[in-house]
Ligand binder design. Sequence first.
Ligand code: C2E
Ligand code: MG
Ligand code: MG
Ligand code: MG
Length: 289
Amino acid sequence: RAKENGKNTYQYYQSGFNSNSYERLLMENELHNAIENNELILHYQPRYSIKKERILAVEALIRWNHPRWGMISPGEFIPLAEETGLITKIGAWVMETACMQTKEWIDKGYPNVKMAVNLSARQFLQRDLVTFIQSVIEKTEIPPQLLELEITESTLMKYEETIFFTIDLLKEMGVQFALDDFGTGYSSLGYLKKFRIDTLKIDQSFVRGIGTETDDSAIATAIITLAHSLKMNVVAEGVETEQQYQYLKEQKCNEIQGFYKCRPMDASNIEVLLSNQMKNNMNKQIVLK
Ligand code: C2E
Ligand code: MG
Ligand code: MG
Ligand code: MG
């Protein structure tokens, strides 16, 4: 009986999962058609160079605009897409859309905006990942250096050997790599030596405590120092306050990304920022003359 109860408890726990499984199934079904129905969109969040005081890059962040459920954030459907394998199709759509957007900005007179695209671990299981990315770069005619792929430490750990070759091939093409959410995973520092990563992104959890938690400030500083010692670029994610910004500036962090400067927004709003930036820059040059 007790044993049965134990079992029931377990099943109860499981049924918590199962009761959601209807929702999951429903969501999975809807997600299947999201691309065809044009329900997926990319927002872009600027990355600001502290020294140059300008946008050097944007990160593409996916949203799902469902006709009945409204706007759904990636945290709610990317894990499902990963589990079901739909991430391959969605990831391909993200890559194509982001690179096409980069091309559009080049054509509109903004030739230096780097595009950061998040890659799920599962996408590395795709055997044609390298040729696919190469074909997108060729089709959109963007310089490969403008594409930066964001991966996490756990991705590096998952399929270590295959990932090593995949990254190496993409690096040979000129594509850049960033290590996202840095400091939250379990990878060893040896990975920084083994993989040719260009950029470290300090996880928001450390940035949040800057100024209030001495440990977080110390960790942020340590990551900046580490990145610079290894001749890597370093970006602070989730910068929300002036205080955090000032601290990161003092510590010579290269770039910041966060609500303090800018929320993720659609492409047309990014263009307004790029256009203003260009005008300001021209004014500065006139003043200097
Ligand atoms: P991430 O790559 O670490 O992206 C940064 C997240 O932090 C974004 O959430 C962004 O909106 C949010 N953020 C930026 N600045 C601030 C800030 O100042 N304060 C706070 N509280 N948050 C800030 P978002 O857009 O909800 O994306 C969540 C995660 O979903 C991303 O984390 C990434 O792991 C994943 N994701 C987003 N788009 C894609 C995609 O196209 N493909 C894949 N595979 N994953 C994606
Ligand atoms: Mg990211
Ligand atoms: Mg991140
Ligand atoms: Mg994240």
